[in-house]
Write a protein that binds this ligand. Structure first.
Ligand code: NAD
Length: 483
C-alpha cells in the first residue's frame, strides 16, 4: 500500500516540515498506517507566523465581500469533492463513511458558508450620550490567530475555528489533530485553488507539545481558539495567562441525558436518545454518557433502550449498514477498554457490550468496541465522573426533579445536557438550573450556528458560534466623539 505524505501549508505553498520528520497516520478500521503527516516544530510555526504577519494588513483591509467570496469558494470546492472528503474522514478517524457524508462534511461546508454570510452582515454597537456625544465600537481583527482542533470531528471543528477567524479579518496559523490530519490537509490544497492570498491561512501539522505549544507561546499570535481535552486546555490556559493572550477553550464533558416519566418516548425519540450516547462511537463531546431515568419507568425504559442498543451494528466504516465504526486510535481504544475494567471494579453491571468486536475481513485488526451500557454505579463513581469518550453509557435512576438536577449537576464538567419531558414548565425550570452551556429539550445535537456554543466549569472558557466567535476574533475599540 502506498503511503501518502501530507504537507504543511505555509505562505500559500505546500511544504514539507523543515526538519524533515514525519508522523505515522493510522487507519483505525484496519490498524495500519496509511499516511504520514509532518512532525513539525516551532521553526515551522515561526515560518507560518511570519507569512501570516505579512498577509495580515492586506487581509484585514480587504472588503468583507472578498473574504466572504473566498470562504464561499472554498465551501464550493469541498462540496464538489464531498464524497472524497467523507471517505478520507472516515478512513482517518474510523467513523462510518455514511456519517461523515451526512454530518461531518456538510456541516464543515455549512461553517464556511455561515461565517461567509456573517462577515457581510455583522455590525458593531453605538452608544449615544443624550445630545452630548456618541460612542461607537470598532471591532478590528486581532492580526495573527491560532486555531487548534481535535480528532473527533476533524474537518468540522477545524472549519468551526478557521471560518470565523478568517471572516473577521485575521490571518490564521491552524493545527489539526496529528491523529486525523488528512481532511485539513486537503482543505489546505483547496484553499490555494480557491485563491486565498498567500499567508492568510497556514496549516502546520504535528504533535501538540511541539506545534500546539509553539502556537500558544508565539508572541505574535494574539489569540488561540482551542478544542480538545480539559487536560490540554488547562495547560494552554496557564501558558496563555502569562502572555495575556486571548483564549477560547472548548473542552471535555460528562453530559447527562435526563428522561422523565412524562417524556414522549416515541420510537423516533428513543432513537435520538440512543444516538445521543453512541453517535460517532460516542466520540462527540456532546454525547450524553450519563443516562438519568426516572425510577417509575426505569425498568420498562431500560428494556426498550437495551433492545435498540443491542441492534446497533458495529462494522466496517465503508459498509452503509454500520452504525458504529472503529475507535480513533489504539491508545484511545485501550483507554476505553480500561474504563470498562474500572467500571466493573467499581461494581458496575454491564448490561450489554463491555467488549471488543472483531470485524471479519479487511477490518480484523481494527479497533472496534461494542456499544456498552452499564448500571448500578452511583454518580460519584469514577465511571460517572471521568470522560470516557467512547461508546459507553451508564444508566442512573432518579426519583424526582430535585434528585435529577443534583445528579446532572454533580460533575466537574458543564458542556451539554438533554432533557426529555412533556411538562413545559419543568423543561424551562430545569433548563435554567442545569449548569451546562447547552441544554436540549426533547432533542439532541440540533444545532443553529448562530447560537453560543461552549461549556461551563471544566468544559470550557468562553463561547464560540455566531457572533460570539466573531467577537472572540476581534478587538473592540470604543471611539467617543463629543458634539
Ligand atoms: P487533545 O487535548 O489531546 O488534543 C487536541 C488538540 O490539542 C490536538 O490538535 C493536539 O495536538 C493539541 N495539543 C495537545 N497538547 C498540546 C499542547 N501542549 N499545546 C497545544 N496544543 C496541544 O484532545 P483530543 O484527544 O484530540 O480530543 C478529544 C477531547 O476533545 C475530548 O476531551 C473531547 O471532549 C474534547 N472535545 C471538546 C469539544 C467541545 O466543543 N467542547 C469538541 C470536540 C472534542
Amino acid at each position: 500500500m502506498s503511503i501518502t505524505r501530507l504537507a504543511n501549508l505555509i505562505d500559500g505553498r505546500l511544504v514539507p516540515p523543515l526538519a524533515d520528520r514525519w508522523l505515522d497516520v493510522y487507519e483505525p478500521a484496519i490498524g495500519e498506517v496509511f499516511a504520514q503527516c509532518p512532525d513539525a516544530d516551532a521553526a515551522d510555526v515561526a515560518a507560518a507566523v511570519d507569512a501570516a504577519q505579512r498577509a495580515a494588513p492586506v487581509w484585514a483591509a480587504a472588503p468583507a465581500e472578498q473574504r466572504a467570496g473566498l470562504l464561499h469558494r472554498l465551501a464550493n470546492l469541498i462540496h464538489e469533492r464531498l464524497d472524497e472528503f467523507a471517505e478520507l474522514e472516515s478512513r482517518d478517524s474510523g467513523k462510518p463513511v455514511s456519517l461523515a457524508r451526512q454530518l461531518d462534511i456538510p456541516r464543515s461546508i455549512a461553517n464556511l458558508r455561515h461565517f461567509a454570510a456573517a462577515a457581510l452582515t455583522w455590525s458593531s454597537e453605538s452608544h449615544p450620550m443624550e445630545g452630548s456625544a456618541i460612542n461607537y465600537t470598532l471591532r478590528q481583527p486581532l492580526g495573527v490567530v491560532g486555531c487548534i482542533s481535535p480528532w473527533n470531528l476533524p474537518l468540522y471543528l477545524f472549519t468551526w475555528k478557521i471560518a470565523p477567524a478568517l471572516a473577521a479579518g485575521n490571518t490564521v496559523v491552524a493545527k489539526p489533530s496529528e491523529i486525523t490530519p488528512c481532511t485539513a490537509a486537503l482543505l489546505g490544497e483547496l484553499a490555494i485553488e480557491a485563491g486565498f492570498p498567500p499567508g492568510v491561512l497556514n496549516i502546520v501539522h504535528g504533535r501538540g507539545p511541539a506545534v500546539g505549544q509553539a502556537i500558544v507561546e508565539h508572541p505574535r499570535i494574539k489569540a488561540v481558539s482551542f478544542t480538545g481535552s480539559t487536560a490540554t486546555g488547562t495547560h494552554i490556559a496557564a501558558a496563555a495567562a502569562t502572555r495575556f493572550k486571548k483564549v477560547s477553550l472548548e473542552m471535555g464533558g460528562k453530559n447527562p441525558a435526563i428522561v422523565f416519566a412524562d417524556a414522549e418516548l416515541s420510537d423516533a425519540n428513543l432513537d435520538t436518545v440512543v444516538r445521543s450516547g453512541f453517535a460517532n462511537q460516542g466520540e462527540i463531546c456532546l454525547c450524553g454518557s450519563r443516562l438519568l431515568v426516572q425510577r417509575s419507568i426505569y425498568e420498562n425504559f431500560r428494556e426498550r433502550y437495551l433492545a435498540r442498543v443491542r441492534a446497533l451494528r458495529v462494522g466496517d466504516p465503508n459498509d452503509a449498514a454500520s452504525d458504529l465504526g472503529a475507535l480513533v486510535s489504539k491508545p484511545h481504544f485501550d483507554k476505553v477498554m480500561a474504563c470498562m475494567t474500572l467500571a466493573r471494579s467499581e461494581g458496575g453491571r454491564v448490561l450489554c457490550g463491555g467488549e471488543t468486536v472483531t470485524v471479519p475481513g479487511r477490518c480484523e485488526q481494527g479497533w472496534f468496541v461494542a456499544p456498552t451500557v452499564i448500571e448500578g454505579l452511583p454518580n460519584e463513581a469514577a465511571t460517572n465522573q471521568q470522560e470516557i469518550f467512547g461508546p459507553v453509557v451508564t444508566l442512573i435512576p432518579f426519583e424526582d426533579e430535585a434528585e435529577a438536577l443534583a445528579i446532572a449537576n454533580g460533575t466537574g464538567y458543564g458542556l451539554a445536557a438533554s432533557l426529555w419531558t412533556s411538562d413545559l414548565s419543568r423543561a424551562h425550570r430545569l433548563a435554567g438550573q442545569l449548569d451546562f452551556g447547552i441544554v436540549w429539550i426533547n432533542c439532541w445535537m440540533l444545532r443553529d450556528l448562530r447560537t453560543p456554543f461552549g461549556g461551563m466549569k471544566h468544559s470550557g472558557l468562553g463561547r464560540e458560534g455566531g457572533n460570539e466567535a466573531l467577537r472572540f476574533f476581534t478587538e473592540p475599540k470604543n471611539i467617543c466623539i463629543r458634539y
